[in-house]
Design a protein around this ligand. Structure first.
Ligand code: SAM
Length: 401
């Protein structure tokens, strides 16, 4: 209460916790309504009405880590392991540009090898070069000019806003913990955004879910290095991890603020047979009504989105796929509660079944065309439209407040 429409508020951990407790108890529906409508007003003020699309390409499920919740962890049995050929990744990026999606997120398992790094550099370079060329051709065709004139006009636009020319698709990476030198090389290849979830801001809970040599402090160091290397920084957590408390979640909001994240993605933890975290979850909640439990996690996740929006204002917040696994219209609901980004899955259909992070992951038999069209309709259903034609850099990065 007491906030003017669209105003941010520097909430502290106790205040965040108070709201989460109310949402958890479902005791105060007026408070929930006020929370979501205020978060939506802040979103409209800082991000406009337009929703940014990020095309997700799950390029490989080969992973050296053994995160206890994940369906593609190293020790997960019976997973067909794949890496998409570079040319195929580039084709997806070109298709994205032609279909109004100007951001590609390359996501995959983590591998610290030189071979993987060379592969990623090749993907990033080729995507930047080929989509820039394609973009110039598309602009020249639309304006009946030459590609050189189209390039000059993009350059002039960039100088006016003191940024890079927004040509081609901008590349985001979600490929885990790497040494600083590798982050720098990937930046030089042309990547500009990087996402690693901290998964939880509680180091003890992190340790319980990630066997050694993984460590919470090493992950924080990676987040700091990514900022130093010049990336727009994305992070996030899962909501409903076995052993997690509301106090931990309130700490997560403080963590995002303190690390100065530009992009936040949060999703409910979803069980996946054959993973240690799912065994732990089942032991903790032997009599749980799974549907109603997951519905509560959905509400807590969107409340977290709303609280981050109100606390941080001008960041990009993603309505994640895992929300849709719980409620078919989950992402649309999240867009009304603080989120301003959605990520259509563009991974070619033949790979999707093998990138099964959790059970019930949606869109597994769909094609990119279907995902793109379906999202337009979904946005329309909540009175939003996609902000096509721009990269949609997080305003926090361009204009820190
Ligand atoms: N390997 C990279 C990394 O760890 O950052 C990127 C891929 S990883 C599969 C992407 C995200 O999937 C993780 O950060 C985690 O939050 C999420 N994830 C994995 N298993 C999940 C589960 N069972 N339920 C919900 N989200 C899950």
């Amino acid at each position: 209460g007491g906030l003017s429409p669209g105003a941010t508020a520097n909430l502290d951990r106790e205040q965040v916790l108070g709201v989460l407790e109310a949402v958890w108890r479902r005791g105060d529906l007026n408070l929930e309504r006020a929370l979501y409508s205020h978060a939506n007003a802040v979103t409209n003020k800082y991000c406009g009405g337009g929703v940014y699309y990020r095309g997700l390409v799950e390029f490989s499920n080969i992973c050296q880590n053994d995160c206890s919740y994940c369906g593609i962890r190293n020790n997960q049995k019976e997973v067909w392991r794949y890496t998409m050929p570079v040319e195929e990744v580039v084709e997806v990026a070109k298709w994205a540009l032609e279909n109004g999606i100007r951001n590609i997120m390359l996501q995959g398992g983590e591998l610290k090898t030189e071979q993987r790094l060379a592969y990623l550099e090749a993907c990033v370079r080729a995507i930047r070069e080929e989509t820039t060329q394609l973009d110039l051709e598309m602009r020249a065709r639309a304006a009946s000019t030459t590609t050189a004139e189209a390039a000059a006009s993009a350059q002039a636009d960039a100088e006016a806003k003191r940024g890079e020319p927004e040509l081609g698709v901008v590349v985001s990476l979600s490929v885990g913990e790497l040494p600083m030198e590798q982050y720098e090389r990937l930046f030089r290849a042309g990547a500009r955004r990087y996402l690693i979830r901290i998964e939880t801001s509680n180091p003890d809970l992190y340790a319980a879910l990630h066997p050694e040599p993984m460590s919470w402090h090493a992950r924080v160091e990676c987040l700091r290095n990514l900022k130093k290397a010049g990336y727009m920084l994305g992070t996030g957590v899962m909501v409903g991890l076995p052993g997690q408390t509301l106090h931990d979640l309130a700490g997560d909001v403080m963590f995002f603020r303190d690390i100065k994240a530009d992009m936040i993605g949060m999703g409910p933890f979803i069980t996946q047979p054959g993973t240690p975290a799912t065994d732990k979850w089942t032991a903790l909640y032997p009599n749980a009504n799974k549907n109603s439990h997951m519905k509560s996690m959905f509400d807590l996740t969107t409340a977290m989105n709303a609280l981050v929006r109100i606390t941080m204002g001008n960041v990009n917040i993603s309505a994640t796929t895992a929300l849709q696994a719980i409620i078919p219209t989950g992402r649309e609901i999240a867009l009304e509660r603080g989120a301003n980004v959605v990520m259509p899955i563009l991974t070619p259909t033949q790979y999707r079944e093998s990138y099964q992070l959790y059970e019930g992951k949606p869109c597994i038999t769909d094609t990119a065309v279907q995902c793109r069209r379906c999202l337009d309709m979904r946005l329309h259903s909540v009175g939003k439209t996609s902000a096509a034609g721009v990269w949609g850099d997080p305003a926090s990065f361009l204009h820190p407040i």
